[in-house]
Write a protein that binds this ligand. Structure first.
Ligand code: GLC
Length: 718
């Protein structure tokens, strides 16, 4: 039986002010003399000291993934903590703990929330075996800017897809509400970064954010609300400011919006060093002022600064901070520990749980999840799937590389990853492999070998892309093209053998100039994790039919960014009739259209989609959509039916189309099925300029198809 709130109140009453403040402090494992290492450091360590035995009063540790290390810290801590309050271990398990799954952006490309839920569930099992209690995931920062390195960590540009994936992540990590306390194969989750981090100006990491409340409410809140409704246990604040106040010191954001309006009851944690950054941002004179602003704004846990540790007790003594603020924060932390069952078992079963981490069951799951994450962008001459007897040349910097895990890969190790070459040579007889040593270089010898191999084969497979560390946090780029060395390679190869299948390993939408035109086929393989090579070859060989769809627009050029499907019409749209009109919203040197739009992805099969619509006009209004989907091809496969809506006239401008429903449907060759969608009044609501939820009576356009360029199938008055 977990501790009741009454028992937690009684525990609080016994705590000294220092013990209370300690529960609000989070540090890396390096602060404990019991361990050698520092865990995985994901921020500036700074000159931060916890004095002597005070370390056995801190509330939580982040960044420890090692079973023995976690157990030894907990064991020492429990011996020293006066009231026997257990230590809480948190970590960045973003797309896998030891077995690494596809990056979250690739999981979103599956357009299948069940895939995200499965990934989270398997990750939780590996976390339990290590002794990790809670993960700093899901990251749901909506973003339309591929220059920002952290796009790999989110769910892309659309708030509906973001919300569906957020819900699935939380469900996978935590199970049903209340399950955490007894099912130790589930872990706590932390939805982040509240809020607007994906809007950093110019895609530059940690840069300023300027966003309207209307945009926040309409587009950025839904995923956080979905995670909160699903029971997420923690919310992490973003580094950026909202309306001039850094999120961690923003009372209107944390208290009024997150807690009162959105109903979040759990603890709020600062991002790494964010409380100290209140001084750097220029809204706190010194650390005491920073601590005061953060705690009174509603931030409960101080991640890796000594602001709370060095100042809160004094602030309470001098009555600058009410003890009630401290007590409420401590109670939320104690409640989280109780909800995790930590008072009953501080090890949450990790001492006996073993044998699944990196095991074949989880590897099989990772391989299958990888199948659904890949997006077939081009396939001319039906060059894919490959034929078993074809002579292949696998060339490029990602051919033999095990740098396929992507950023935020937890405790995963590249040595465990299946490379592209390892998988391809295991399935095909005649493969010549020509590795290129570096992502940004091509030596003369490598080029000569590559051209020779290209000359002597039927199909060239180019393995191109980014280094894993060129994505993730602190990895913004101004140039999202593939490196010049890779563009030179494809140009030279094309001159020798024009049958080129390009496989991309990247963590962001790319500008594929020079690559797309020169490729016969393009497979977007992202960073797929430990089973990358096997998942990719399963698709190239036709064992599995690709079914992914782009969760983010791929621009023609970075100059178009931000470019996204659900844009506003503007007062001077570039319509087909106005192509020559000087005074219309366009560029002199580039089109408005992307290279590949949101929701786009090909299959080896051809799917035929038809739909019938029934409109119910009297209240409660609803739109019933019945789709017939037929797999007209020779391969079993899945298609993603997407339903988009446009509200022609609103109280504020409304996007030219918005995703309202999607469903991924698997069909055998020749099979057909019926898929039903229902739109209710809620689907027609939006926020007006006063941030009220409203719904218009008026004309609507309905689009149904298999990507965001879906044609309008009807309009109706509702
Ligand atoms: C980092 C990231 C955050 C992560 C935290 C702990 O700076 O912004 O997403 O969870 O620190 O590693």
């Amino acid at each position: 039986m977990t501790k009741t709130s009454k028992e937690l109140q009684a525990l609080l009453a016994k705590m000294t002010i220092n013990e209370k403040v300690g529960q609000l402090v989070q540090v890396t494992p390096s602060f404990f003399e019991e361990v050698e290492g520092t865990g995985i450091v994901t921020g500036l360590m700074g000159d931060y000291q916890i004095r002597g035995e005070d370390i056995y009063e801190v509330g939580s540790v982040l960044g420890s993934y090692d079973k023995a290390e976690i157990a030894s810290i907990q064991q020492a801590y429990l011996k020293k903590n006066r009231l026997g309050i257990p230590l809480l271990f948190m970590a960045d398990v973003i797309h896998g703990m030891k077995t690494i799954f596809p990056i979250p952006l690739a999981l979103a490309a599956s357009f299948n929330p069940e895939v995200a839920e499965a990934m989270a569930s398997w990750s939780a099992i590996e976390c339990q075996e290590a002794g990790i209690h809670l993960t700093f995931s899901p990251m749901v920062d909506l973003t339309k800017d591929p220059r920002w390195g952290r796009v790999m960590e989110g769910n892309g540009e659309d708030s509906y897809l973001d919300a569906q994936m957020a819900r699935a992540f939380v469900r996978g990590y935590q199970g049903e509400k209340g399950e955490l306390a007894t099912n130790y194969a589930k872990i706590g989750s932390c939805v982040k970064h509240f809020i607007g981090y994906g809007l950093v100006e110019a895609g530059r990491e940690y840069n300023h954010v300027s966003v309207s409340k209307l945009d926040l409410y309409q587009n950025h809140l839904p995923a956080f609300q979905a995670a909160i409704d699903e029971g997420t246990t923690l919310v992490m604040t973003a580094f950026n400011t909202i309306d001039g106040l850094p999120a961690v010191g923003n009372k209107p954001l944390i208290d009024a919006l997150l807690r009162q309006e959105m109903g979040f009851k759990g603890p709020v944690i600062a991002d790494w060093g964010a409380i100290n950054q209140l001084m750097t941002h220029g809204v706190a004179e010194d650390q005491a002022a920073a601590a005061k602003l953060a705690i009174t704004s509603g931030c409960d846990i101080d991640m890796m600064t000594n602001s709370y540790y060095d100042n809160l007790a004094t602030l309470v003594d001098s009555q600058q901070v009410a003890i009630e603020a401290i007590d409420q924060a401590v109670l939320r932390v104690l409640q989280l520990k109780a909800d995790l069952g930590l008072f009953e078992d501080p090890y949450r079963g990790s001492q006996t749980a073993q044998g699944q981490t990196l095991g074949t069951t989880i590897q099989t799951a990772a391989r299958q999840i990888g199948h659904e994450a890949m997006v077939l962008l081009k396939n001319e001459q039906q060059v894919l799937p490959l034929k078993p007897t074809q002579r292949l040349a696998l060339i490029g910097p990602k051919a033999t590389s095990q740098d396929v895990l992507g950023a935020w890969c937890g405790y995963g190790e590249q040595k465990d990853a299946i490379s592209f070459a390892e998988a391809l040579t295991a399935q095909y007889e005649e493969v010549t492999v020509v590795p290129v040593n570096a992502v940004h270089e091509l030596t003369e010898i490598e080029l000569i070998q590559a051209k020779q191999a290209a000359r002597d084969c039927d199909v060239v497979i180019l393995a191109l892309g980014e280094e894993g560390e060129e994505t993730g946090e602190a990895a913004s780029k101004t140039d999202i093209c593939l490196p010049a060395a890779q563009r030179k390679l494809i140009q030279e190869i094309q001159a020798v053998n024009p049958t080129i299948v390009t496989v991309l390993f990247n963590g962001r939408p790319l500008d594929l100039t020079d690559v797309a035109e020169r490729s016969t086929a393009i497979l977007e393989a992202w960073f797929l994790g430990t089973q990358a090579g096997n998942s990719i070859v399963d698709i190239l060989s036709g064992t599995v039919n690709p079914s992914g769809k782009l969760p983010m627009t791929f621009p023609m050029t970075v100059g178009q960014v931000p470019i996204y499907y659900n844009h506003m019409n503007t007062g001077n749209p570039l319509t087909p009739e106005r192509q020559q009109e000087k005074y219309s919203s366009k560029y002199l040197d580039a089109p408005n259209t992307p290279r590949y739009p949101f929701g786009y992805g090909l299959s080896y099969s051809e799917f035929i989609l038809t739909s019938e619509i029934t409109i119910t006009k009297e209240e409660p209004v609803r739109v019933d959509i019945t789709c017939q989907l037929k797999n007209n091809g020779a391969y079993a496969g899945a298609e993603v039916i997407q339903v988009y809506l446009r509200d022609r006239v609103g109280q504020v401008t409304r996007p030219v189309k918005e995703l309202k429903r999607f469903e991924k449907v698997f069909l055998e060759a020749g099979e057909q099925t019926t898929v039903q969608f229902e739109l209710t009044a809620e689907d027609f609501t939006y926020y007006n300029a006063s941030l009220e939820k409203v719904r218009d009576t008026g004309w609507y356009d309905l689009f149904i198809g298999t990507d965001s360029s879906a044609e309008k199938i009807m309009d109706f008055y509702l």
